[in-house]
Design a protein around this ligand. Structure first.
Ligand code: ZN
Length: 430
């Protein structure tokens, strides 16, 4: 469980202290990779790095990044860093954007992952008395078994329904009086709407929900919470680094605490690769300190967030990242400012009368970039007024002057999956 210190309030996080705890583990990791991973030994040698060279977090900045492409190219087990006798399980990424990747786990990796997951669950108040319905997939996919191991470690009751079959999910939820639901946010929304449609909310005992694996805006979150009458928590993770459970929403919802005793989180500028200080937004890069089967050095997650520099009001001394605002692939660069879809989501959330849907259109006029944001205005609000407020918030929150074009509620396209929201037409003007 997290170390709770109420005096943390209004103080800054002591990154030096965290770093001091991480440095011996980092030295050990580099040694292990040099001795046991032909892949990394070769890579470090090419970069002119010997084991003794990397002693501090600052030294880490000289270590080359590891990318998802490298993981794909070493398919299936080219990056395994232990003798095969020590590997007890593999998981695989879904491979929706290319060749899958395979991650080998040792006995200790499986244990550390369960420890981190049970820490996540305990952090948000799950106890032995809870009945936890696990709706993510099982098998090669990491999520289901990762959650189950954490629930079992904690000593709560797992209801391992796995994905789909809404009928069965609801039956279990009612008959077993499930108290905690775990899933993707879109499945959480679907279940919550089904529960409302059937009018069965009062037959349920749900008290909290833990959702992850995709970015979800605050308006969607509010809908799930309202439909189910529960509190929800965001959980973070990726198959390449254990799976879900490496960071969890704080009970005060100030951001996500991550487990700095097992992982180094750095933020870099996605374009230059330069390390950024706490507070600045950029791409999250993760180094695994204690992983054995396939440790990763400076793995580029493509996820955009920031390290928070002030201590959390919940009292935990684990450091924090903000909720993920987008992927570096979705970044829009305009007038020298980097913009992510999550920032637009946030502005819409705090603009009264604005809907959750939007489109961003980028054009170039007389050599200058122009950004137009189309927003929906809810019925009963004056569209020019909502647009003006939205424009002012984009300026103050994101730092660019945008044209805001209000349209009637329900006119922007909606899709079940990812709606196309960004239209970059700057090249078309040449
Ligand atoms: Zn907190």
């Amino acid at each position: 469980m997290a170390v709770i210190n109420p005096e943390n309030n209004n103080k800054n996080i002591d990154f030096n202290k965290i770093t001091q705890q991480q440095e011996p583990l980092l030295k050990d990791l580099i040694n292990r990779l040099y001795n046991n991973s032909p892949y990394y030994r070769d890579k470090l040698k090419k970069a002119g790095i010997k084991p003794g060279d990397i002693r501090t977090i600052a030294d880490l900045a000289h270590v080359p990044f590891t990318t998802k492409d490298e993981l794909r190219n070493s398919y299936p087990l080219g990056m395994m860093a232990v003798p095969e006798e020590e590997v007890i399980r593999i998981h695989s990424s879904s491979g929706t954007t290319g060749k899958p990747i395979i991650i080998p786990y040792t006995k200790r990796d499986v244990k550390v992952w369960a420890d981190m997951m049970s820490r996540c669950l305990e952090f948000v108040g799950v106890s032995k008395k809870d009945r936890v319905q696990v709706t993510p997939g099982y098998g090669l996919w990491t999520a289901g078994i990762g959650f189950q191991a954490g629930v079992e470690k904690l000593g709560a009751m797992t209801v391992p329904t796995g994905p789909g079959n809404t009928e069965k999910q609801l039956e279990m939820m009612i008959d077993l009086q499930t108290t905690v639901i775990i899933g993707t946010s879109s499945y959480g929304l679907l279940l919550s709407e089904e529960i409302i449609n059937r009018g069965i909310k009062d037959k349920l005992a749900l008290r909290l929900g833990i959702f992850g694996s995709e970015r979800w805006g605050d308006k969607m979150r509010a809908r799930i919470e309202k439909n189910l009458g529960i509190e929800t928590y965001d959980i973070y993770g990726l198959t390449e680094i254990y799976g879900p459970g490496i960071a969890i929403d704080c009970p005060e919802h100030n951001g996500l605490h991550y487990w700095s005793d097992h992982l180094i989180f750095e933020i870099i500028d996605p374009e230059t690769g330069k390390q950024l200080p706490p507070g600045e937004q950029g791409e999250l890069v993760i180094t695994t300190l204690t992983k054995e089967g396939m440790p990763l050095l400076r793995y580029r997650t493509r996820d955009i967030t920031r390290l928070k520099y002030s201590c959390c009001s919940c009292g935990s001394s684990y450091p924090m990242i903000d909720r993920i605002v987008g992927r570096s692939d979705d970044m829009i660069k305009i007038k020298g400012v980097n913009i992510y879809p999550g920032q637009i989501d946030h502005v819409l959330k705090i603009t009264e009368g604005a809907g959750s849907e939007y489109q961003v259109v980028l054009t170039r006029e007389q050599g200058k970039d122009k950004i137009t944001v189309r927003i929906e205005v809810e019925n009963g609000y004056e569209s020019t007024k909502v647009a003006a407020i939205c424009q002012q918030k984009i300026k103050s929150r994101i730092g660019v002057k945008a044209e805001v074009e209000p349209v009637a509620y329900g006119t922007l396209p909606r899709s079940e999956k990812k709606s196309k929201r960004i239209f970059d037409r700057r090249e078309e003007n040449f």
